[in-house]
Design a protein around this ligand. Structure first.
Ligand code: UGA
Length: 434
């Protein structure tokens, strides 16, 4: 099948590359000429495990191409995927400017009827508007479908190749058939292809992310309560998780969710509810708890050092919003860094992948360290923000020797309380006794 994918962000690039890998001829379109030039060389603009290898292989085998020219990109493709960004607008709702620009261009340049598949996360009802806009005074009768993406950064290729389910929103059974055929290489027993209306499909994407965000805010609220009530959230998590109705997944307490999806999608859902005159009380709570949770490590540090921190040096391990990515969008680390700089502290940071992205924001205001241990030199405390594997089993003696004071505030509960006590660390974590 020949496929066009518009937008080479996370979703577009992974979609295009994986469809090429499963034997299709794919052409990816992006307006960013520099990005396209690098992609043609097989250079990925993002750090995503496994992506570079697939990019290089499929380019070499001629199944994957990149262009800035949408007209050229659409030639001979019956299927056109839209995977442009839908960032949060000022009012909390998704900003659809890029989506409309691309829809108009498809209508104006298509030389034959297309099936336009919207992969971007869009407000419920958008697909119907895309369809109307595609066919407004158009020479051809185009069709539109919705196909939300559920991949996680850091596991994007795996999630795309082995999805838990594929959801499509269609009006015509023939369109569902084409999309099912395209996804067949990725479908496995008990991991279904679910066809529904575009509205339900669009809603599914938001509900999935809102549910996951709700789990995180729920467990963070319970963790804070545990701390106040002398209980241990790790034990409580075990105690509840064995109930199969509850389970263990996505119930890790931490420093709040970040990234380009949960914060934006929860707020977009609230905005949609508002438009319909519904209160969305649960989601407002989820959002607010998360905003508050991003301050938790700074509060723990002020309990130890006071609010005024000039003369103090704080080391930070982990800047990306989660491990296996260099993405720092809405990352809790940024909230902590802002607090520390404002309080007058010197800040030394380390992250295996995200240092350069953080440097673009803070420049010389921070000290960037290549090595995790080096970050600790002369620091009054270590704050752990992201749970990269390399932080899980460190040499505590080395850490103690390097730190000015043996203080750790751990936003990801990486270490055992007993062990830290025995080693003589002042150790504060989330939802557990100190
Ligand atoms: C999320 C969803 O998991 C994907 O299914 C979805 O496709 C994607 O958004 C999207 O809409 O594009 P992602 O943002 O890559 O994926 O990251 P997650 O792995 O879901 O983590 C999100 C945040 O939640 C991270 O900051 C992570 O640290 C935090 N988290 C996650 C917790 O604090 N506790 C947990 O138990 C799990």
């Amino acid at each position: 099948m020949r496929i066009t994918v518009i937008g080479t962000g996370y979703v577009g690039l992974v979609t295009g590359t994986c469809f090429a890998e499963s034997g299709n001829d794919v052409i990816c379109v992006d307006i960013d000429a520099e990005k396209v030039a690098r992609l043609r060389e097989g250079i990925s603009p993002i750090y995503e495990p496994g992506l570079s290898e697939l990019l290089v292989r499929n380019i070499k085998e001629g199944r994957l191409q990149f262009t800035t020219d949408l007209t050229e990109g659409m030639t001979d493709s019956a299927l056109v995927f839209i995977a442009v960004g839908t960032p949060q607008g000022d009012d909390g709702a998704a900003n659809l400017n890029a989506l409309w620009a691309v829809t108009d261009q498809i209508r104006e340049t298509a030389t034959e009827p297309k099936i336009v598949v919207v992969k971007s996360t869009v407000p419920v009802g958008t697909n119907a508007k895309v369809l109307a806009r595609l066919n407004k005074e158009s020479k051809h009768v185009h069709r539109a479908a919705s196909n939300p993406e559920f991949l996680k950064e850091g596991y994007a290729i795996e999630d795309f190749m082995k999805p838990d389910r594929v959801v499509v929103g269609v009006r015509e059974p023939e369109v569902a058939k084409v999309l099912e055929e395209l996804h067949r290489p990725f479908l496995r027993t008990n991991h279904p292809f679910l066809s529904m209306t575009p509205e339900s499909s669009e809603m599914t994407k938001y509900v999935a992310n809102c549910m996951l965000a709700t789990k995180i805010s729920f467990i963070n609220e319970m963790a804070n309560l545990c701390e106040a009530l002398q209980a241990d959230i790790n034990d409580v998590r075990m105690g509840i998780g064995h109930d199969r109705r509850i389970g263990f997944q996505f119930l890790h307490p931490g420093v709040g969710y970040g990234g380009s999806c949960f914060p934006k999608d929860v707020r977009a859902m609230i905005a949609l509810a508002e438009q319909k005159g519904l209160p969305a009380q649960m989601l407002r709570g989820v959002d607010q708890i998360n905003e508050d949770q991003k301050h938790v490590l700074f509060h723990k540090l002020t309990e130890i050092f006071g609010k005024e921190m000039s003369g103090r040096t704080i080391a930070i391990w982990g800047l990306a919003f989660k491990p296996r990515t260099d993405d720092i969008r809405e990352a809790p680390s940024l909230v902590l860094i802002d607090h520390l700089l404002k309080a007058g502290a010197k800040v030394r940071v380390h992250d295996p992948e995200a240092r350069e992205n953080v440097k673009e924001i803070y420049g010389s205001r921070l000290t960037y360290c290549d090595r995790a241990y080096g970050t600790l030199e002369g620091a009054d405390a270590l704050a752990i923000v992201t749970e990269w594997n390399e932080f899980r089993n460190p040499n505590f003696d080395v850490m103690k020797a390097l730190l000015e004071r043996p203080v750790i505030v751990d936003g990801r509960n990486l270490y055992e309380l007993d062990q830290m006590r025995e080693l003589g660390f002042t150790y504060h974590s989330i939802g557990r006794a100190t």
